[in-house]
Ligand binder design. Structure first.
Ligand code: T4K
Length: 403
């Protein structure tokens, strides 16, 4: 394990990197390769590769059962799932969304020709603040789209009450939430519908993939039509549609990974606790309120950097870590409202998003998953601690270089 002894021992200043290979946030985790290949053998034998094949059907049944809802519709990715859902629900005008999310949440709304209206978040969970949502409702609002960010459950009941009071639809972007064991309803079971992402970086991956879950049978039917060009028979098209279908190989991957996902979540929770121990040894870097204790899948280990207490800014920490092959991320800096086209469309949006802006300045997401050993986390903790203890010297050297 690398020892940090002097400024020149840091990779940023010429030392060898602490990690021999990059440690990524979201490094894909895959289950039993033989079982996956068996499923592919079956696919080839049937010669049925896409268009609602049996593996996709099996996946949809498994998802519906896991989420405790009657309908799950598989898609080629989470973004397509969300876009098609917005279209299938016939939403219009404005949809209230958080800005502190992956850009796909806002883009799906904009891409469908609607206006995303950004509302601020709760500082503890980083999910939509219902009071901020209430302030953002206008006569043009048709829906609220909450994001269970990093597997933190939205304040579903408060959002549902608001939606009911104002006659709005309520959707959730549960891209990060598969496998969370919340005390209340499972992810995928609330609101009018929820979407999941099965991207390679997610806790449950299908290379790419997405799923919509809903209790609304008519909505599920519209989703199925729309994801297949609107075809209702060989020669009949019932509505405008797109191609959002999941392929059989992706479903084979998801079904295979479903067999192992519980073990990966257990590893993530263990890693989360190891990080909590490591970060408790110095001030200035705090983990987000424990998703482990809230039943989270801990696929994202989220910390906030207090630059005054740690001695270095969040961006300096990122710089130092990347040199060590420790590829921490600033998810979801700088906030959707500071990215295009939203920055140009709503240049003053930041004024009503103080909590979002504060989080964007200090957020760090740390690598986890089975690829991160307990020793790796200890090494990362030692590194952070050394940086904290020598923050003055490090900052001075970085400033000299920049001058
Ligand atoms: N809503 C939310 C809240 C989301 O977070 C997302 C997606 C969506 C909606 C949309 O769902 P999808 O349409 O994607 O199904 C990544 C993912 O591409 C994206 O799916 C995910 N959220 C987002 C949080 O992370 P990037 O642009 O940050 O990915 P990238 O290429 O930097 O990869 C992340 C890390 O993973 C890298 O450091 C390297 C590692 N990696 C990645 C891949 C693909 C690997 O080691 N191997 C790989 O194969 O967006």
């Amino acid at each position: 394990m690398k020892e940090f002894s002097s400024l020149s021992s840091l990779a940023r200043f010429g030392g060898p990197p602490a990690f021999d290979a990059p440690r990524f946030v979201g490094a894909p985790v895959t289950g039993n390769k033989e079982r996956f290949l068996e499923r592919l053998d079956g696919m080839f034998a049937r010669n049925w590769l896409t268009n609602q094949g049996p593996l996709v059907e099996e996946l949809e049944d498994r998802f519906a059962a896991i989420c405790g809802v009657p309908h799950a519709v598989a898609f080629c990715n989470g973004t397509s799932a969300l876009e098609t859902l917005i279209r299938a629900m016939d939403l219009s005008g404005e949809i209230i969304v958080p800005s502190f999310t992956f850009i796909a949440t806002a883009h799906a709304v904009h891409w469908m020709g609607l206006t995303p209206v950004f509302a601020d978040i709760d500082p503890e969970t980083c999910t939509l603040d219902p009071e901020a949502v209430a302030r953002a409702i206008t006569p043009r609002t048709s829906a609220i789209l909450g994001v269970h960010l990093w597997g933190n459950r939205c304040r579903v009941e408060a959002l549902q009450a608001l939606a009911d009071r104002h006659g709005l639809k309520l959707l959730f972007d549960a891209a990060h939430a598969f496998g969370c064991s919340w005390e209340e309803m499972p992810p995928g079971s609330v609101g009018d519908a929820e979407i999941f992402s099965l991207h390679a970086t997610k806790i449950l991956n299908g290379f790419e993939g997405g799923v919509v879950t809903t209790r609304d049978g008519a909505l599920a039917e519209r989703l199925r039509l729309m994801q297949n060009f609107g075809f209702s028979g060989y020669d009949t098209v019932a509505c405008a549609g797109t191609n959002g279908k999941m392929i059989e190989a992706a479903a084979a991957m998801v079904l295979t990974n479903l067999d192992s996902v519980a073990g990966w979540i257990a590893t993530n929770r263990k890693n989360y606790k190891a990080y909590a121990r490591a970060l408790s040894k110095f001030p200035g870097m705090q983990l987000l309120v424990s998703p482990a204790e809230n039943g989270g899948n801990c696929q994202y280990v989220v910390a906030s950097v207090d630059a005054a207490a740690f001695g270095l800014t969040r961006n300096q920490v990122v710089d130092l870590c990347h040199a060590e092959n420790f590829i921490i991320r600033r998810y979801f800096y700088p906030g959707c409202h500071r990215m295009e086209p939203y920055h140009s469309l709503f240049p003053d949006a930041g004024e009503s998003l103080p909590v979002t802006e504060d989080w964007c300045d200090r957020v760090l997401v740390l690598p986890t998953g089975p690829g991160m050993s307990q020793e790796d986390i200890e090494l990362a903790g030692n590194f952070f601690r050394w940086c904290h203890d020598h923050a003055g010297e490090i900052a001075a050297k970085m400033a000299t270089e920049a001058a």
